[in-house]
Design a protein around this ligand. Structure first.
Ligand SMILES: Cc1ncc(COP(=O)(O)O)c(C=O)c1O
Length: 351
């Protein structure tokens, strides 16, 4: 049995939520790119979530994560990411909107130019976030440096809590079950728009990093009993089985949080590993080409780190005849500030 949209919303509305974004985000057909590809292609504009000009997928998660933190009286929130993290910047912005002080622990995957701050690091500074850059030490892997940043952030939160200032600890990417509830809500929002437009999507493409968005989309899919295929395009290397286990766990726990009895369908999870190379925050020719293609057909921008790679997977599938029958949706998850990041991130976009 499927849950209808109204019943799904009733479950989602049980949890505390801060109103940060502007929803529903626009969903419409990309006429010129559809003609070029011979595919009925639509876009979901989560680059337009608000709350500021840069938007993106994190706002959906932060509405639940910071909604809970605010309800518990948090004065501070600590979070994590790479130095050009969209999540960290949007968490800092959302904290300010809710009257909290943001604290960021940022792993230097690409070494920032601290004398000439760019993109999200620049915005973090403007937002007055307490920012700690965590360099990757000699002999240390990126993952080890990240783990170290988590310990540093937890220690800072403990210090504030001990001094009587409540500090929320928000995971990297907002990737926990509560954050994923935000994307289950996003899927319900999309289903309602599609229903009103009389469109039934065969497939959705989106970028996946920490997996919180993917987990939420699958939670929403299960909640509504949808058969839409979700292609999650990895932007960093992943060990497939371990990653799907993690996403499945997040998704199941998100459904449990809203007291749904439904379970995510692990067998329906499609992880696309064709685009992440050469690595996280490292440009690829396919992503650069995807960025130029969308700009030059539709006047829209995707970014080199996330959405450019997801769009590159969609374009490859369309051009090589791997599309299903019926309309396809590209879920734009934001991230345009990366277009103004360090040259190592941008690559040869404008060659
Ligand atoms: C623009 C953009 N798209 C997609 C993602 C991936 O989302 P998730 O970390 O939930 O997998 C991120 C995460 O940082 C992002 O900033």
């Amino acid at each position: 049995m499927t849950t209808d949209i109204r019943a799904a919303r009733a479950l989602l509305d049980k949890l505390p939520r801060a109103r940060l974004g502007f929803f529903p985000t626009p969903l419409y057909r990309l006429d010129r790119l559809s003609d070029q590809l011979g595919v009925e292609l639509y876009i979901k504009r989560d680059d337009f979530t608000g709350m500021n000009l840069f938007g993106g997928n994190k706002i959906r998660k932060l509405e639940y994560l910071l909604g809970a933190a605010a309800g518990e009286g948090a004065e501070y929130a600590v979070t994590y990411g790479a130095t050009q993290s969209n999540h960290a910047m949007e968490t800092a912005a959302a904290c300010r909107r809710l009257g909290m002080t943001p604290i960021l622990y940022l792993t230097a995957v690409v070494r920032p130019d601290e004398a000439g701050l760019r993109a999200n690091l620049l915005l973090d500074r403007v937002l007055g976030a307490e920012t700690h850059i965590v360099p990757i030490g000699p002999g240390e892997t990126e993952a080890q440096a990240e783990e170290r940043s988590f310990r540093m952030g937890a220690a800072r939160a403990a210090e504030l809590n001990a001094a009587g200032h409540r500090c929320a600890d928000i995971p990297m990417g907002g990737a926990n079950p509560l954050g994923s509830v935000g994307f289950a809500a996003g899927m319900v929002e999309m289903a309602e728009q599609a229903q009103a437009m009389g469109v039934r999507f065969s497939r959705v493409y989106h970028a996946t990093g920490t997996g919180g968005t993917m987990a939420g989309l699958h939670a929403g899919r299960s909640l509504l009993g949808m058969d839409t295929e979700i292609v999650s395009v990895a932007v960093s290397p992943k060990e497939k089985d371990a990653y799907l286990d993690k996403v499945c766990g997040l998704s199941a726990n998100a459904l449990a949080l809203i007291e749904s009895e439904r379970k995510p369908d692990r067998a329906a999870m499609r992880l696309d590993l064709t685009q992440w190379q050469p690595g996280y925050e490292q440009p690829s020719e396919a992503a650069s080409e995807a960025i130029r293609t969308l700009a030059q057909t539709e006047g829209l921008f995707v970014d080199p780190v996330y959405t450019g790679k997801a769009l590159a997977a969609l374009l490859a599938d369309a051009r090589e005849g791997r599309m299903p029958e019926g309309p396809v949706l590209f879920w734009h998850t934001g991230g345009a500030t990366a277009l103004f990041a360090e040259p190592e991130i941008l690559g040869d976009l404008c060659r």
